[in-house]
Write a protein that binds this ligand. Sequence first.
Ligand SMILES: C[S@@+](CC[C@H](N)C(=O)[O-])C[C@H]1O[C@@H](n2cnc3c(N)ncnc32)[C@H](O)[C@@H]1O
Length: 250
Amino acid sequence: MNVQTAMDLDSAPGDAPAFRPAKGMRYPRFLDRLHASCAFSWYLEIGTQKGRSLQSARCASIAVDPHFAISSDVMGEKPALHSFQMTSDAFFETGFVEKNGIAFDFAFLDGMHRFEFLLRDFMFAEAHAAPGGVIAMHDCCPSSFGMTARNQDEAPTSAWTGDVWKLIPILRTHRPDLTLTVLDCRPTGLVLVSGLDPQSRILQDSYAKLEAEWRDVALADYGLERFYGCFEYADARNFMRDGFPLFKSG
Ligand SMILES: C[S@@+](CC[C@H](N)C(=O)[O-])C[C@H]1O[C@@H](n2cnc3c(N)ncnc32)[C@H](O)[C@@H]1O
């Protein structure tokens, strides 16, 4: 499959099927309601930026970002907030989670938008998930080819999802034991992963192969029809009204 270039970013080739953008409630609102409804003990956030998503959490939290740009009260009701101004890979190396015996009830992965980074973030979050824990992955449902460029400066607009869309087919194929619920949260979806198995080594053992296999796969070549064949959107508002099924305290 071809390497994606700026040339093929904005239009589907020929009469390829159209994008199906997520059209449900906005993801920060969903996160607000989720945290307000569920009594989590520990929350992990990879990618915090100004702190909008971190603001939602009410439990003990860990936030990781190499460039925090906090501009609001992110402490709120949290009994503890540990901030790590470094990449997620550097954070994993600190051993902080292991040393403190922390297990996450909920993790929101919204850091570097390249699939191999999200895959590593996912592997770490799963390995440290509490029983019944859930991982949310952001930006896996792009609405244009342009926003899927691996390099942010090649994306024609400020909306950049990178190529983290690949996590949906990768997990579907290699981890059929997991449950993926793709919420229609605007603007670019929210993928909830439940049925986590902290003991699983499947992704760790096939990481190098997956990285090589998927690195140069462009969404235009993979095909929108094939991509949308991997999932159907679930209505985030209904999910909320149903009391956040999947979440142990939901
Ligand atoms: C889209 S923003 C996060 C937005 C935030 N979660 C929200 O919803 O309000 C992505 C963040 O990921 C951070 N980031 C980039 N590379 C990263 C890495 N390797 N590890 C962790 N965070 C990273 C960026 O600095 C940026 O602040």
